[in-house]
Design a protein. Structure first.
Lengths: 129, 266
């Protein structure tokens, strides 16, 4: 009995292309952004953000600061449009409401920067924001 | 259960990225791309196009199910048609999930937008089927016909046959839409007009500001797909033959083509 869990062991069409690898530098920048958000490091957040989106990021940092103190972060989801990546991340802490943020990272001047942010903490989805 | 479900209430697992069409377009423009969907000349075209279709099939499944639920007083045969469509769309979703895997992608690689679901936001079943079954499923005929031609050029029978199989269903969905739009508005020309206008709005939403044309008139561009390089349409074409099979009249198709080219002038 062939092992149906592995595609290469199954007769029939095989994938014609490989999955696109996720750039490790992008993930590093995503984690750095979430860490800075958890610590409320506005200057670091701004350094990681393209100029046009800094006001939005400052508002996000203020909202995170008001929600509580966080000691854990997690990337919940990731999707891409061409070479820009959307990341959904959460910050959690003892006796603190979960803070959920969705942001877009893309290369800018040789560095991964944040282009867009959405605070999803009290939202069901980003479809109406 | 709530009727006429708004866009932000459509449920998805937490590990999905959902973004509004506006933000999706902005992300493309920030990378110097056209604001609309991935175009045939882009590197990730096949993956992104199949992903968009897969998400569309999922929303089409939900839309048909919602139409069934939102209009409990509609004729029994109408409800049966909608139930059949739910089953068809769920099968299509599975087919496209497998095609995604086939081209080296997976559901969730790209974000999902609300744009198709936003076309369900109407409380008349005649408008609903005009918009979903004639507008969106008509668009699906265009998209699938183009994908079949692309697969033929690539020499890929897997994509060609899988999409052809789905297209056969979409054609019946358009026919169902035409039948019910007319039946539900019998003796009420005002209601028929409203339904047609609702469909026109949806057609306009998806003509990409005049970027669409017929297969014969589409400019050809070179593109690399897998290990092959081929010449193919530079934009999404309007599939006259598939639309005729689906029951659109020549006049309706000509009107759609004209509307697409009129937008281009603006």
């Amino acid at each position: 009995m062939p092992d149906l869990g592995f595609r290469k062991n199954v007769m029939g069409p095989q994938p014609i292309a490989e999955r696109a690898p996720t750039p490790p530098e992008m993930l590093e920048a995503a984690n750095q952004f979430l860490d800075a958000l958890a610590r409320g490091e506005v200057e670091e957040l701004n350094a990681l953000t393209v100029e046009n989106s800094r006001d939005e990021v400052n508002r996000l940092a203020e909202a995170a600061r008001q929600t509580g103190i966080y000691d854990k972060k997690r990337i919940i989801a990731l999707a891409r449009i061409n070479r820009h990546y959307w990341i959904k991340g959460e910050l959690t802490g003892a006796e603190t409401k979960r803070f959920i943020v969705q942001f877009r990272l893309g290369e800018h001047g040789g560095r991964w920067k944040v282009w867009d942010v959405i605070n999803l903490t009290n939202a069901r989805s980003a479809w109406t924001r | 259960m709530q009727k006429f479900l708004p866009v932000d209430k459509l449920a998805r697992p937490e590990n999905y990225i959902l973004i509004s069409l506006d933000r999706m377009r902005q992300a493309r423009m920030d990378q110097g791309l056209t604001p609309f969907n991935a175009m045939p000349y882009e590197e990730d075209f096949l993956k992104a196009r199949l992903h968009g279709i897969c998400a569309g099939e999922m929303q089409a499944m939900e839309a048909a199910g919602r139409t069934l639920f939102d209009f409990p007083d509609a004729p029994w045969e109408f409800q049966l048609d909608m139930a059949r469509q739910v089953w068809d769309e769920s099968r299509h979703t599975e087919i496209y999930m497998k095609l995604l895997e086939y081209v080296g992608s997976y559901l969730g690689e790209f974000p999902e937008s609300e744009v198709l679901w936003s076309c369900t936001q109407v409380d008349d079943p005649a408008c609903r089927v005009a918009g979903i079954n004639r507008g969106l499923e008509g668009l699906a005929c265009d998209v699938f016909e183009q994908l079949i031609r692309l697969a033929q050029k690539m020499g890929d029978p897997v994509i060609e046959r899988a999409v052809d199989y789905v297209l056969a269903d979409e054609i019946t969905h358009v026919r169902m839409g035409s039948k019910w739009m007319r039946k539900l508005t019998e003796g009420d020309p005002e209601r028929l007009k409203r339904a047609q206008e609702f469909q026109d709005n949806i057609d306009n939403l998806f003509n990409f500001s005049g970027g669409r044309t017929t297969q014969e008139q589409a400019a050809q561009v070179r593109q690399k797909l897998g290990d092959k390089e081929i010449e193919f349409d530079s934009t999404l074409t309007i599939a006259r033959e598939a639309r005729l099979l689906a029951g659109f009249s020549e006049e309706e198709i000509d009107r759609l083509i004209k509307a697409a080219s009129r937008s281009a002038a603006y």
